[in-house]
Design a protein around this ligand. Sequence first.
Ligand code: HEC
Length: 102
Amino acid sequence: MKRMIIVIAAFALVTLITVAAQAESKGGQLFGQKCAMCHVVNGKGGAIGPDLTKIYAKLKDKDIRAKLENPKKSNPNSSMPSFKTLPKSDMDALMGYIKTLK
Ligand code: HEC
């Protein structure tokens, strides 16, 4: 019985790690598709917007989400498009990725 529990626990752990890794890469993909043409991260990307490598040290989670919803709110002249129509699951994946940028 004890052995069975260990096997199940190990399986659950592997599944969890896999799911976490996928979520992160989805966010990374989204960033590549939607943000990297304007924003540099770790030395790569476009120069239209500011470097986002350490953005999490500067802005809070909710401020970054607000920026994505309505870029013109914090800067009326912003050339950044709104990502308001992004599905919530994509937004969460994207935020998960941004959180890892240091
Ligand atoms: C068309 C170019 C463009 C795209 C695409 C774009 N941005 Fe921006 N972004 C800008 C510009 C320009 C600024 C600076 C002006 C401003 O504050 O709006 C900016 C500012 C920001 C800021 C505030 C940075 C700071 O230091 O205050 C964040 C956060 C941000 N962008 C995140 C993103 C994310 C995440 C994506 C992808 C979902 C994205 N941007 C896509 C052009 C872009």
